[in-house]
Design a protein around this ligand. Structure first.
Ligand code: SF4
Ligand code: SF4
Length: 364
């Protein structure tokens, strides 16, 4: 990683005394190049789609099996999905997130979506390989080592099966979800994934509405998780797709909505601009409900630290971060991470800011 663009958080605070012009923030050629690179993707407009309500495992705390969406009928007709994707393109959607329950169980529908919409990602548990012809990013959920997966997900040898399915696959990103109980396992899992040449990013367990189990984070587990994320990022820079600011934003005691203001329709009444205007979350019956629309429906908003939520919520807050070099570079690192995780053929650059910087208006 390149350290020459990092300065201290304290320096960042001093810098607040000065009014920074945007042209000053991008004066450094490396920073300017990164800005030019990420802004080419500002055209991305996402929506998400539940492809099936079936899953081949059952995990504790799964938000899919909360609320109404699990009871929607399934549409199996490929022509109906073709028509939906065409209509989505026409209303300006350029990026699809195919989720579930478990999308790998309906590969023919994934192919239909890819034929109509070339950019997107699939959230899968990785037990069943998705055909190579579906050229989306594939996010493989990891909840701990194999003992933990057996306990929480009732699946045997999960990591070994996921790696066997996706080793050497440029689409694949393993997504390690931190709970209060698997923090110490993250080192072992990251080492295993890295040894196989795979790439990994980090997510946070975010409780579904009404969840009363033990996976909800506490202030202690947030602190320990942040430390673990930063340590693993430093130890495996080639394999861990993350940044210091990702760690800050997702392990802060305040959730993403408190820190940045969530722009998904569930939290955002505006129908004029941004996600409030364009985002829809389609259920398996191809209907959607504005009141419930966000990328992680039925998640408890105050506890939301989900990586998918952050990729939209933090990324949308350019102007708040364009206040001093540390914060702007941290935001660029966050967007660079988001693109490397979500967009095929986008390669992560070296992080510009190596130190944790507080979100605008908050402390660390
Ligand atoms: S694999 Fe995903 S959809 Fe299936 S139960 Fe687990 S969290 Fe839910
Ligand atoms: S759960 Fe997260 S992404 Fe969804 S509306 Fe709430 S804060 Fe936003």
């Amino acid at each position: 990683m390149d350290g020459k663009h990092s300065t201290s958080a304290a320096a960042g605070q001093d810098a607040n005394a000065k009014e920074w012009k945007f042209s000053d923030l991008i004066a450094d050629p490396v920073v300017r190049e990164r800005w030019e690179r990420v802004r080419r993707y500002f055209f991305l407009r996402e929506s998400t789609y539940d492809m099936t309500r079936r899953c081949n495992i059952r995990c504790e705390g799964c938000y899919y099996f909360e609320g109404d969406k699990q009871h929607a009928a399934e549409v199996h007709d490929p022509m109906a999905w073709h028509a939906l994707m065409r209509a989505e393109r026409e209303r300006g959607i350029t990026y699809v997130v195919l989720a579930g329950a478990e999308p790998s169980l309906v590969p023919e529908l994934l192919t239909v979506c890819f034929d109509e919409m070339p950019l997107g990602a699939i959230a899968t548990n990785g037990i069943q390989r998705i055909p190579e012809s579906v050229g989306y990013k594939i996010h493989i959920s990891v909840w701990g080592n194999d003992d933990t997966s057996l306990r929480l997900r009732s699946a045997k040898h999960m990591l070994a099966r996921q790696i066997d399915n996706y080793r050497g696959d440029p689409r694949a990103v393993f997504v390690y979800t931190f709970t209060p109980h698997n923090i110490v396992e993250a080192g072992q899992v990251t080492e295993t994934v890295a040894r196989q040449g795979c790439r990994l990013t980090f997510n946070m367990f975010s409780a579904p509405v009404g969840y009363t189990g033990t996976l909800r984070h506490t202030s202690q587990s947030l602190t320990r998780t942040r430390r673990a994320m930063l340590d693993l990022l430093a130890r495996y820079p080639q394999n861990v797709i993350f940044s210091a600011y990702n760690a800050v934003a997702h392990t802060h005691r305040r959730g993403l909505h408190d820190l940045f203001g969530c722009s998904y329709p569930r939290c955002n009444p505006s129908t004029d601009i941004g996600l409030g205007r364009s985002f829809r979350q389609y259920r398996t019956d191809l209907n959607w409900d504005r009141e419930a629309a966000c990328c992680v429906p039925d998640t408890d908003c105050p506890d939301c630290r989900h990586y998918a939520a952050g990729s939209a919520v933090v990324t949308a807050r350019l102007f708040r971060h364009a206040c001093d070099p540390d914060r702007f570079n941290s935001w660029l690192d966050y967007v660079d991470t988001y693109l490397a995780v979500w967009v095929m053929d986008y390669a992560k650059g070296a992080n510009l800011c190596q130190v944790p910087v507080p979100p605008p208006g908050f402390d660390l």
